[in-house]
Design a protein around this ligand. Structure first.
Ligand SMILES: [Ca+2]
Ligand SMILES: [Ca+2]
Ligand SMILES: [Ca+2]
Length: 166
């Protein structure tokens, strides 16, 4: 193989590694049964996302629920992230999965992830009962982009004059 080809292939491989590390996402899913232990009505479910890196952009919080949520006007959920309410939600499903996606801003994620964990609570209304469905579940997925720049990447960018100035 010619020397030029080897250098070109090496460069392509390096570029691929750098691109892969630059576009990493934090993506975690946690499931909780809001009726674990079969109480008469659902309890608030708490989801702790750990080892949360610093975000590089806006992300999404996706909430899926299955249970006694068909009574619009009563059977609601409040989605709370570290004391901030993302709003009241009437899923409107009875024993079927209903999903809602919230956009969370980079600024919010920066604040929430600073201590390395992000806590999400689904506050359930007292009208959400546990004897209606046998397949109760709450699922929360947190997804956001992270810069995740390795040291070699930053040095490489600096060499090309593309890196952030210190
Ligand atoms: Ca109901
Ligand atoms: Ca936090
Ligand atoms: Ca009910």
């Amino acid at each position: 193989m010619k020397k030029k080809s080897i250098i070109l292939i090496g460069f392509l491989m390096l570029s691929f590694v750098f691109m892969a590390s630059a576009s990493a996402n934090y993506n975690q899913t946690i499931s909780k049964n809001q009726c674990e232990g079969n109480p008469s009505y659902a309890y608030d479910t708490v989801f702790e996302f750990t080892q949360t890196p610093r975000p590089s952009g806006d992300g999404t919080l996706t909430v899926s629920v299955r249970g006694d949520y068909d009574w619009i006007g009563a059977e609601d959920i409040y989605v709370i992230v570290e004391g901030t309410s993302l709003g009241q939600w009437f899923p409107g499903g009875r024993c079927s999965t209903v999903t809602k996606t919230y956009t969370v801003t980079k600024n919010q994620l920066v604040q929430w992830s600073a201590d390395g964990k992000i806590e999400v609570t689904l506050e359930q209304d007292w009208d959400v009962n546990c004897d209606v469905c046998s397949n109760n579940i709450n699922i929360v997925t947190l997804d956001y982009p992270t810069a995740n720049n390795s040291l070699p990447m930053q040095q490489f960018m600096k060499m090309l004059g593309l890196g952030k100035k210190d």
